[in-house]
Structure formats: C-alpha cells, structure tokens
Design a protein around this ligand. Structure first.
Ligand SMILES: *[C@@H]1O[C@H](CO)[C@@H](O)[C@H](O)[C@H]1NC(C)=O
Ligand SMILES: *[C@@H]1O[C@H](CO)[C@@H](O)[C@H](O)[C@H]1NC(C)=O
Ligand SMILES: *[C@@H]1O[C@H](CO)[C@@H](O)[C@H](O)[C@H]1NC(C)=O
Ligand SMILES: *[C@@H]1O[C@H](CO)[C@@H](O)[C@H](O)[C@H]1NC(C)=O
Ligand SMILES: *[C@@H]1O[C@H](CO)[C@@H](O)[C@H](O)[C@H]1NC(C)=O
Length: 448
C-alpha cells in the first residue's frame, strides 16, 4: 500500500526541482558552440558579430523558422562537453589549421548547401537543446549509433529526431585529440549512411555543456600509467543471457552502484561478473537475475504486452529487485519504464533517490536506506533474435522536461476553464426552463 504514497511524494519534489532549474538557469552566462548544416537548405541567419552571445530565444525563433511545417529529419550530435576553444585547439573550423580533429565536420559544413555557425550560444542547462528540438519537431528523440542507424528505416513523411551521443575527453585513457577525432569519424560515418539512404537531413553539432580544454601534454602524461586499467573498462561487453545459443536479454551499464546503508560505501556491481542462474526468457516474460559473489542479487523483470490502443507490443520493465542477506527491496518505475517491444530502453541515470525513476513498491525498515544509482543504463529483454547488438533505444531523457510540464499544466488549466464554462452554461439552461417552461426556446443566432 505504501507504493502510491511514495510515488506521490516523489513527484512534487521533482516538479519543484524542475521548475527551480528552469528559472534558475536563466542567469547563466556559460556558452556552447552550435553548428547547423543541412542537405536541403536552411533559412539565412545574420552572421553573429564577434563576441556576440546568441540567446536561447534567438535560437528558438531561428529553429522555428528552420523547421516550419513540413517534416524534418534532424541528426543531433550531442557531445558530452564542447567549447569554442576545442575548435581553436584541436581543429580548423575557427582556427584554420592543417592538422584538424574535425576533418569530416569541416567537409560536411563546406559541402552542405547551407550551414550556420553559432560560436557562442547561451547555455541554459544540459537538456535545453534536446527539449527545444523535441518541441519544434513534435517527436521524442531516438538514440542511435552508426550501426543501428544503418539498419533503421527512416520514414520521411514524419519528423525524426535522431540523437547521437558523443563522449568528451575525461582526462583519462585517451588524449582529447583522439576522442574528438573518433567523434569526427562517427559523424562522417553517420552522414555517409544518411547519404546512402538518400534521406534529406539537418544536422546539429553541439555540447551538452561547456568544456574546459585540458592541456594536451598533461593528459598524455597521466594516461600512460592508467591506460591498461581503463582499457578493461572500455571494452566491457554487455551482460547477455542466452537461450539455446542466442542472446535473449542484454544489459549494459557504465555503473551499477548500490549502497546498503548511509554509512557504507558505494559498490559498483558493473565491475563484477555475475552468474545469470535463475534468469528466464519466454515470449512474454523475461527476467534477468544477476547473482554476485559479494552476496548481492540484482534482478530485472520485464513483460511484453500488446496494447490495443497503440496496436503494437510494448515491453515494460516491471520491477528491479535487490537482494542481500535474505532481505529484498523491490522498485518499480515512477513514470513507467516502457518501450516499443522491439526497442531497447536507455536511461542516462536510474536512481531510487533524488529525481527518482525507481520508487519502492515494498517498504521495509531494513531496506529503506538502500540506494541504487545506475548510470548510462540500457536493457533489452525482447526482440534480440537478430544479433548481439542492442536495438535502437527508447530514451528516458525527454519524458520529464520543463517543456512537457508546461504543456501539461497549460492543458490542465484550459480543461478546467472549459469544464467550468460548460458547468455554467448547463446551469443557465436549466434555470431558464424552470422559470418559464412554456416560453419559446432560446434561439442562437447563426453566424453564417
Ligand atoms: C510513414 O508514416 C506515415 C504517418 O504516420 C504513415 O502513414 C506511413 O504509412 C508511414 N510509411 C511507412 C513506409 O512506414
Ligand atoms: C551468448 O551468445 C553470444 C552470441 O551468440 C555470444 O557471443 C556469447 O558469448 C554468449 N554468452 C554466453 C554466456 O554463452
Ligand atoms: C512465461 O513465464 C511466465 C512466468 O514464469 C509465465 O507466467 C507465462 O505463462 C509464460 N508464458 C509463456 C508464453 O510461456
Ligand atoms: C529488520 O532487522 C531487524 C534487526 O536486524 C530484525 O529484527 C527484523 O526482523 C528485520 N525485519 C525484517 C522485515 O526482515
Ligand atoms: C551516480 O553515480 C555516478 C557515477 O558513479 C556519479 O557520477 C553520480 O554523481 C551519482 N549520482 C548521484 C545522485 O549520487
């Protein structure tokens, strides 16, 4: 019985947080660069004067003009971090160097029929650009990489928002030059796939947040000693549960952090190899049970159902369970963890606290302190028959943005006004007839 109560406690808190963030970020002066180019033409934009900071509103009105009425396919290359300095240090876009990390990007800008460069766009939070594009295009983003894109059939009679996440140098195993060069290769690959598919597109390259350029030399020095350790990290395979030799459930996460009491340390289960005993897979239910030698068991239960309303199969992640020493805590998605059955589900952050996606559905004094914090989490429990790669992902990123809340609130307000008005009109009508039952009926003048 405690489940719904908890859920309703979480939502107002998150709601306030979203609104606070929405208003608080207005005063920020941080900037990210943003490049737009298109294979089928963009409206012109006066070249911003040197040092001019483009405001979020200016970008909004520009994108409104660019994505007017007809459907558009938009590729959003969203790098974890990006600053103008990255171009001057590592590339030729602003600096005109021969040895550039952005060769494919430069080629794309030059060969496209139109392009717009905003060296300094006012940065108003990491979800701003995604939210804005979602609003302008009226679709949710689809997280893709080059491999999934090549298998994806794009329906150009509707708008599409394809999100390609790119990493930024974290000062660890790779030099910045290398990371940005790899990103540039990915951009080149994706654009070639679009060309091969003969799909007209508009591409945007920007950063989730501003970066600070890390001096190249210090990075290389540090990286030598740690490279072996980091290499193990980067090649980690997804966890696969196979039935008769073919994968049937796959899970990947950068971190699967759990903590059993406030005093204890976080344990990252993603660094350990679990046994998959007890996992099951049949057409309608999939359960992944990960048993770790440390005594912890993490399990994910998924079902596939046909929803008549959408005329398609959806999968839902029904519960996430953590077991330790005979105690079990079970959580469900606070705002529905679901995706079309043939998709995977991806979420950058899955936690049971602080803007929680997971809410407990059994409370127990002994497990109420348990904390889960999964990052870059991806799971798929159905439709893996064709291989060992995740299908394209339904992303949780866009579901809880300020924009959506504003939309919901506005609709609610309109509905209230409408219901109130309707109520008034119906009352009026009854009173008239009551006063004079034999009188002429009310005639409403027609406007045509
Ligand atoms: C593309 O989407 C439109 C609108 O949803 C639909 O009518 C059409 O059948 C789709 N085309 C393909 C090839 O899926
Ligand atoms: C599951 O199947 C995939 C592909 O057939 C294979 O690469 C992987 O090693 C298998 N995993 C296990 C645990 O058998
Ligand atoms: C799949 O497994 C679940 C749970 O074990 C069971 O309830 C369900 O009937 C099974 N479905 C099929 C199609 O076998
Ligand atoms: C919780 O822990 C206490 C003390 O360790 C124990 O007495 C109690 O039985 C536990 N409760 C449950 C529901 O396991
Ligand atoms: C969750 O874990 C990630 C990676 O370890 C960390 O960066 C992040 O701050 C954690 N989130 C919270 C809310 O503690």
């Amino acid at each position: 019985m405690a489940g719904p109560r908890c859920a309703s406690e979480v939502r107002p808190a998150a709601f306030i947080a979203v609104f606070w963030a929405f208003f608080a970020t207005g005063s920020s002066t941080a900037q990210v660069p943003l490049l737009i180019w298109s294979s089928d033409g963009l409206p012109p934009l006066a070249v911003p004067a040197a040092g001019h900071i483009t405001s979020h509103d200016q970008l909004t009105s520009y994108l409104t003009a660019a994505f007017g009425h007809s459907p558009h396919t938009v590729l959003l290359f969203l790098q974890d971090k990006l600053s103008k300095d990255d171009f001057t240090v590592f590339g030729g876009v602003f600096g005109n160097k021969q040895d550039s990390a952005f060769k494919n990007l430069e080629a794309a800008l030059q060969s496209s029929s139109s392009s717009v460069t905003l060296p300094a766009l006012e940065w108003s939070g990491s979800s701003a650009i995604l939210t804005l594009l979602q609003e302008k295009l009226g679709v949710s983003p689809l997280l893709v990489d080059a491999d999934t894109l090549s298998h994806l059939s794009i329906n150009t009679s509707v708008s599409n928002l394809l999100l390609i996440n790119l990493p930024y140098c974290t000062g660890s195993h790779k030099s910045c030059m290398e990371v940005l060069h790899n990103n540039d290769e990915i951009i080149g690959k994706v654009l070639n796939i679009m060309k091969a598919k003969n799909v007209q597109y508009t591409a945007i390259y920007t950063g989730l947040q501003p970066s600070r350029v890390i001096p190249e030399t210090s990075v290389s020095d540090q990286s030598v000693g740690r490279s072996l350790l980091q290499a193990a990290d980067t090649v980690r395979e997804p966890i696969m549960f196979n039935v008769s030799g073919a994968p049937c459930i796959m899970l990947w996460a950068q971190n699967l952090n759990v903590k059993l009491s406030d005093a204890s340390a976080w344990i990252d289960l993603a660094q350990q190899t679990p046994s998959l005993e007890g996992s099951i897979c049949n057409g309608s239910n999939s359960q992944l049970v990960l048993t770790y030698t440390s005594g912890l068991t993490l399990s994910f239960a998924m079902t596939r159902r046909f929803y008549r309303v959408s005329a398609r199969n959806w999968f839902t992640l029904d519960s996430v369970q953590l077991q330790s020493n005979g105690l079990t805590a079970s959580y469900t998605g606070s705002r529905g963890i679901y995706a079309p059955a043939e998709y995977s589900f991806h979420c950058q952050s899955v936690t049971n606290f602080q803007n929680a996606l997971l809410v407990p559905n059994n409370t127990n004094q002994n497990t109420s302190q348990w904390k889960l914090n999964f990052t870059d989490f991806q799971i798929q429990g159905f439709g893996l028959a064709n291989g060992t790669n995740f299908s394209y992902a339904s992303d949780c990123a866009g579901f809880f943005t300020a924009g959506i809340w504003m939309g919901l609130l506005t609709s609610l307000l309109m509905l209230l006004i409408f219901v109130y008005g309707l109520h008034m009109i119906m009352q009026l009508n009854t009173m008239d007839r009551f006063d004079d039952p034999k009188g002429p009926s009310i005639s409403v003048p027609q406007s045509e």
